[in-house]
Design a protein around this ligand. Structure first.
Ligand SMILES: Nc1ncnc2c1ncn2[C@@H]1O[C@H](COP(=O)(O)OP(=O)(O)OP(=O)(O)O)[C@@H](O)[C@H]1O
Ligand SMILES: [Mg+2]
Length: 508
């Protein structure tokens, strides 16, 4: 059978980096093909070549036996190649439907070749396959990240795609949203569409893909039939070594570092109280929309309290800006890296220093020597790759940008660190490094809050877990009762947790 897609000795170099070297593999019609590799391995670069964003330095892409050389993304779209990018590329003030039609062949020269009504009808039709709660005429900025990711998938479904390349499409989806996506993918595959699927979540890859190509440092290290292979073997292939078994270590003390007393906000949070101790890692679990991010934003001074109080070391705080929270020793690693986190064109070292510029300056001058040596230490600690401190952060892979933001709060010496989905988009090897880092920070006496949708991650890291539901704390689960089913039961059912055989946790 003629492969739907064939990469033949694809190489791509950027100044100072060989992103891809001689990558060759094939994808059959209707196949769901995983593309795996650590951060910076070259996965996104390969997909960008496929979708006409980059041209390869050498090598050829074949679609249904025909060599193709796309000059721009629209060429690829017209040839039936759709791409869902790792970072959302949407225009905030446009509607859902308008965003779906951006760069589409029916919108030429900035004008529309179909009426707005027809555009919205077609957008609704594409979206109905995955989510019928999204209004195509709503501004995209009114949607949550998870919904905006779904719009990107709907956008790919608009075209009669022969190949859909998905670059971490589920990084912000909940398990039930993933189930729905898996169904959609299976249906597309049954109708002959080929899918190239990039994800750092091994369980997902094993569940939906038949085969996977594994990349390391820009080279293909092998292609595996997932049926006959274990997760552990695939991971070893990706990282070139076996990972240590992960165990939880606790450094929690009895000293209360931060106390939240009956916090409420106008947006979502209702009467939230808890204590965070020195050396503690407090996990926050809950469904998307349960108020986890909003709670972190209150603690970080990004939103205002409508009632209640936050104390740090027994002193009542009244933050009116993030700057005040930073000064009080609070660091937030946000959920949406692209929007809130980085200055794309500045070097990775500058981005790292953004929350602590005062400690790198004297008499109004930046002390570049000190900044560089701190950047060298901390970016080494998070294992930034490639290790080039002057490179604009924009040029780093998604996972490596995330590492730089974590280093930012280490530089700021924040005593209270708030992580919102700390390992989203981070590869399994670096993930385990970040877990060790969080543990080291706790050992050093930092107080840490981790919001995560990945249950194994919350359980691995936390000394205690708050489960949020509809803006309130539904339960506090101590370490010795921490199981996935206990968390899920409280996140979804609340008081009826016992219905699922979960250990019964203490309500607050
Ligand atoms: N536009 C660019 N200019 C310069 N270098 C780039 C550019 N895009 C990617 N690179 C480099 O190419 C290499 C491969 O990056 P790529 O984004 O393909 O990795 P990835 O496998 O998708 O990683 P991640 O899992 O972190 O998303 C990296 O070293 C990256 O810094
Ligand atoms: Mg990538």
């Amino acid at each position: 059978m003629m492969p739907r897609l064939r990469f033949e000795t694809i190489s791509k170099s950027f100044p100072g980096v060989n992103a891809l070297t001689d990558v060759s593999f094939e994808v059959a019609p209707g196949e769901i093909h995983g593309l795996l590799g650590e951060n910076g391995a070259g996965k996104s670069t390969l997909l960008r070549i496929l979708s006409g964003v980059f041209r390869p330095t050498s090598g050829t892409v074949f679609v249904d036996g025909q060599a193709v050389a796309f000059r721009k993304p629209m060429d690829a779209r017209e040839a039936g190649i759709a791409m869902i990018h790792q970072e959302l590329q949407q225009v905030p003030h446009l509607s859902v439907a308008q965003n779906m039609f951006l760069g589409h062949s029916l919108t030429r020269l900035g004008g529309l070749l179909v009426s707005r009504r027809e555009q919205e009808a077609r957008a609704a039709e594409a979206l109905s396959m995955i989510d019928d709660t999204i209004d195509p005429s709503a501004p995209i900025s009114s949607l949550k990240v998870a919904q905006r990711q779904i719009v990107e998938i709907g956008r790919a479904l608009l075209d009669k795609a022969r190949v859909i390349a998905m670059d971490e499409p589920t990084s912000s989806l909940t398990p039930s949203e993933f189930d729905r996506l898996a169904e959609v993918i299976a249906r597309l595959s049954a109708s002959g569409v080929s899918i190239v699927y990039v994800s750092h979540k091994m369980d997902e890859v094993f569940r939906i893909c038949q085969r996977a190509s594994v990349m390391r440092d820009g080279k293909l290290v092998g292609m595996v039939d997932l049926k006959g292979t274990s997760e552990k073997d695939v991971i070893a292939m990706m990282v070139g070594r076996e990972l240590m078994r992960e165990e939880h270590n606790s450094f929690v003390t009895t000293t209360v570092k931060l106390e939240a007393k009956n916090l409420s906000s106008s947006s979502k949070i209702k009467d939230v109280s808890f204590k965070l101790h020195k050396g503690e890692v407090l996990g926050i679990a809950g469904l998307v929309g349960s108020g986890r991010t909003e709670l972190l934003r209150l603690l970080a001074g990004a939103d205002r309290l409508s009632a209640g109080a936050i104390t740090i070391d027994g002193k009542t705080m009244n933050f009116t800006s993030p700057r005040e929270a930073i000064a009080a020793g609070i660091g937030l690693v946000p959920e949406e890296r692209k929007r809130e986190g980085i200055i794309p064109l500045r070097p990775v070292s500058t981005n790292m220093a953004l929350a602590s510029l005062s400690s790198f300056s004297s008499a109004g001058m930046i002390r570049t020597g000190k900044l560089r040596s701190t950047a060298r230490d901390l970016l080494k600690r998070v294992n930034l790759r490639p290790f080039q401190l002057d490179r604009p952060i924009r040029l780093f892979s998604g996972g490596n940008q995330q590492k730089a933001i974590i280093a930012r709060w280490l530089a700021a010496r924040s005593q209270i660190l708030l992580f919102d989905e700390p390992t989203r988009g981070i590869d399994v090897g670096a993930k385990s490094e970040i877990y060790h880092l969080i543990e080291d920070l706790a050992r050093e006496g930092h107080s840490i809050i981790v919001v995560s949708s990945e249950l194994p991650e919350v359980i691995r890291l936390s000394d205690r877990v708050l489960v949020m539901r509809e803006g309130r704390i539904a339960a506090t689960i101590p370490r010795d009762q921490l199981t996935e089913s206990a968390i899920v039961a409280h996140a979804i059912l609340g008081a009826r947790a016992d219905a699922t055989n979960a250990p019964i946790a203490q309500p607050v």
